[in-house]
Design a protein around this ligand. Structure first.
Ligand code: XMP
Ligand code: MG
Length: 174
């Protein structure tokens, strides 16, 4: 099945915003302080690849797998499908998310990672759909705030498809 895709954020808009975000994030940390960048798989991998190149301090890249979505609907139950290999105790952890929707994933991740005693824990997301929140959760920095639309591209998928689009598009299901 093919879908109607409408570009919401093009590659140039994303690149500009990611550079700004990198500069802002860098300001949160002391010069030379190492950041443990934790990408939430799979959706964040494209954003994270660009974001880390907009940071100039020392970083570690780690990944954590979660799943809560089937098709275009959240099942509500968050599952860790691949845990971190690294110990985050006393590290400055930066969670990188593709999109915050109901907030359930992020709330779960925040609580789970805080229990491991990082030196700090901050969250950055490329996209935010605040109108969909089911739980209040803190996001330190958002790339773009969007309406209640299902989006794909730039890492985001519909049943694993479209992650490789170099832009964010709204999906019209037909
Ligand atoms: P929650 O509801 O827990 O969801 O905040 C976060 C995760 O849900 C996925 N998600 C989407 N994926 N297009 C997607 O491709 C969307 O519009 C969308 N909204 C939520 C995503 O994996 C995110 O990490
Ligand atoms: Mg997804």
């Amino acid at each position: 099945m093919n879908h109607d895709l409408q570009v919401l954020f093009d590659p140039a808009q994303i690149a500009t915003r990611v550079r700004q975000m990198g500069a802002e994030i860098q300001g949160w940390y002391d010069p030379g302080e190492a950041i443990m960048v934790v990408g939430v798989l799979k959706g964040s991998f494209v954003f994270m690849a660009d974001l880390v190149r907009a940071l100039d301090g020392p970083i570690n890249c780690e990944f954590l797998g979660v799943s809560s979505y089937v098709g275009t609907h959240s099942s509500g139950a968050v599952q860790i499908t691949q845990d971190l290999r690294a110990d985050i105790a006393d590290k400055h952890v930066l969670i990188v998310e593709d999109i915050v929707d109901t907030g359930l994933t992020l709330d779960y991740l925040r609580r789970t990672l805080m229990a491991r005693n990082p030196a700090s824990l901050r969250v950055v997301a490329l996209l935010d759909k605040p109108s969909r929140r089911k739980i209040e959760v803190e996001v330190d920095l958002v790339g773009f705030t969007i309406e209640d639309l299902f989006v794909v591209g730039f890492g985001l998928d519909l049943d694993q498809r479209y992650r490789n689009l170099p832009y964010v598009a709204v999906l019209q299901q037909g």
